[in-house]
Design a protein around this ligand. Sequence first.
Ligand SMILES: C[S@@+](CC[C@H](N)C(=O)[O-])C[C@H]1O[C@@H](n2cnc3c(N)ncnc32)[C@H](O)[C@@H]1O
Length: 240
Amino acid sequence: MLAVTSRKEHALAMFAKLPDSYDEVAAGFSFFQDRRWRRAAVEAVRATPEDRVLDVACGTGLVGAALVERWGCRVVGLDQSAAMMARARSRVAADPRLAGRVNFVAGEAESLPFADCEFDHLTFAYLLRYVEDPAATLRELARVVRPGGRISSLEFCVPTGVWLWPWRLYTRVGLPALGRLVSRGWYEAGRFLGPSIEDFYRTYPLHRQIELWQAAGVTEVTATRMSLGGGIVIRGTVGG
Ligand SMILES: C[S@@+](CC[C@H](N)C(=O)[O-])C[C@H]1O[C@@H](n2cnc3c(N)ncnc32)[C@H](O)[C@@H]1O
């Protein structure tokens, strides 16, 4: 049973409308930078083929596929959206390199259905803006990773300096306009994204996010801004 909050309800309703075109439209929205960002997040995991990696908020399975392709590891993808995971399941079923390496579990990041230290590493992409309490969620994510395991994340970011206003213009005008060309669901997602990203960074500027990771028991936390600050990879090691 999912714990329903307004933030969660909004995420569930929004992602129910996006899976069929998610991969292509998400790539287009980011000027085709999101694949590069995912690759950077996956690179930081440094898994072995024997490792089990949990990918939280797996969506349509793009991070899971990139993990298997890069490291040959086993992956468990978890998401609260049945619609997004259905798309992920069909991706895996259609690709013999992924079938048998990637499994999916329905669930929510705030309360993972796994034992302490069950995974070697963990990834999550575009998750924390959708949870009520990022600090508690980070603690829950760290709980299921063995000491010495790595956590790597990807999120949108707010550019600074001269790029802030072009970014604002793009997120406030460009994204809704592009979304409208695709569907009602993407128009709503396009309108939601810019304010959601800025609200998150207003409440959790980068230094505060890093403190939350550290408070969750993650050490050696580092962050890399990418593509003029439009994306950010944050990673660290559990325990230390
Ligand atoms: C923007 S998509 C990202 C999907 C994927 N990580 C990627 O790289 O494309 C965000 C995903 O987070 C999932 N999500 C949001 N809040 C969640 C939560 N609390 N627990 C589990 N999944 C969540 C949504 O259902 C959606 O599939």
